[in-house]
Design a protein around this ligand. Sequence first.
Ligand code: PA5
Length: 442
Amino acid sequence: ELLPANAAEALRPDLLKAREETLADVALFDAGGEVPSDKEPLDAGYIDLPAKLLATKDSGELADLLAATERFREEVDAFVSLGIGGSYMGLRALQEALGDPLHNEKPASHRDGPKLYYGGQNVDPGVTAGLLEHLENSGVDWGIVVISKSGGTLETALAFRLFREALEEAAGDDAAKRVIPVTGGAGSKLRALAEEKGYADIFPVPDGVGGRFSVLSAVGLVPAAALGLDVVALLQGAADMTERFKTADPGDNPVLDYVSTCHLFEKHLSMDVRILSTWGDRLEAVGLWYDQLLAESLGKKERGALPLTVVNTRDLHSRGQQHQEGKRDKLIHNLYADSPSGPNPEVPSSEANQDELNKYAGKSMFDVLTAARQGTDQAYAEDRRPTADIILPTIDAYAIGQLLQMLMLATTVEGRLIGINPYGQPGVEAYKRNMNAILSAS
Ligand code: PA5
C-alpha cells in the first residue's frame, strides 16, 4: 500500500536480468573464462559449492572432512577456532542456531563433542591472555582449527602463533594431530606453515569462494562438524535453495522475492536501514553474519543499505522505541521459526498468583513469543511501518542451510541489480596498510 501501484511488476524484468547475470557469473567461473575487469573479483564459486560437496560425501572432500573431524573429536576435549570476518561469523551463526546453548557448560558425558572457544576474531590482549591461561590450566587435551583464506590476516596469524606455541608446549609431538588449518591455495602463508609443520589434515577454501560467502565451505563445515552439527543436512538445504533460485519464478522464489521487497522499499521510499528482527536467541548470530555479508558486499561507492540485527523480545526494550516512532527509514524483516525447535516450557499455575500470571497458565513460551511478534507487527502496521517475514519451518540444519544460501544469493542478486560488485572488499585494505605501516615504523 505504501508503494506505487505496479512497482513490483515493473521490477520483474530487472530481477530476472540480475538472476541471469548471477548465473552467467557461475558459468563463467565454471568454465574458467576470463573475468570482465568491471566484475573483479568474481567469487561465484559459492553458488554451486553445496551440491558439489554433497557429491563427495562418500569419497572426496566431504568424506575426508567428516573423517578428519571425527578423528579430531576423539583427539580433543576442547578447541579454539581462530579466524575473523568471513572466517569467523559463519561458524558462530551455525553454532548459535544449531548447537546446545549450554554446550561449554556441560560435562563431556552430556555434551556432543569438544568445547568451542573463539580467538583471533579481535585484538583484545586481556581476553586472549585469559583464554590462553584457561586452556593451559584446563587439564584437558585441546586443539586448534585455524581459518584464514588469505593466510595472511594479522589478527588470525597473531592468535595462531600464540595458541600454537601454547599447544606445542602442552602437547609436544601430539600438537600436530590437534591442529586443522583451513586456508587458500598457493600464496597462503598459513598453508606454507601448515605444510612445514606436517599437519595431516589441511582443508581448502576453494578459489572463487569469498570470505563472507564461505560458511558452507570447509571454513564453516570443519568446525561445525567438529561440534557434531549435521553438515550434510546444511549442505542439502543450501543446494535445494540454489536449485529453487535458479528455476522458480518471482513470487515463488525466496531469493528474488526477498530482494524485490528490499529494493522496492529502498528505491521508492528511501528505506535503506534494513532491520533483521530475529525472534528468540538462536538466530541472533545468523543476523550478525548477515550484517557482515550485506555491509561488506554492497557498502561500496557510497551506496548500500545499512543492516542491523535485533533480537526480540530483548530489543523491544531497547531499540523498539526507535523502530516504532523514529525516522521512517527502516524496513523490518522478521526472521522466525514457525514451530519450537526444542523444549517449550509452559506458564505454570500458582495458588498464590501474586504475579497474576494465572490468566496465561498453560500457554507456552513459544505462544508468548508469537504473541509478542504479532503484537509488534500490529503496532507497526497501525503506524504504517512496513514489515515482511522470513519464516523457517523450524530451526534445524536443513532450514539454516536454506536460509544462509538464500541470503548469500540475495546479496549477490541485489548487487547485480544496483550495479555493485558484491565480491571483494577494497575498503577494508586501507586500515590494514596503515596498521602495518604504524607497526613497522614504531
Ligand atoms: O569477507 C571477507 O572476505 C572478509 O571478511 C574475510 O573473511 C576476512 O577479512 C578474513 O580473511 P581471511 O580468511 O583471509 O583471513
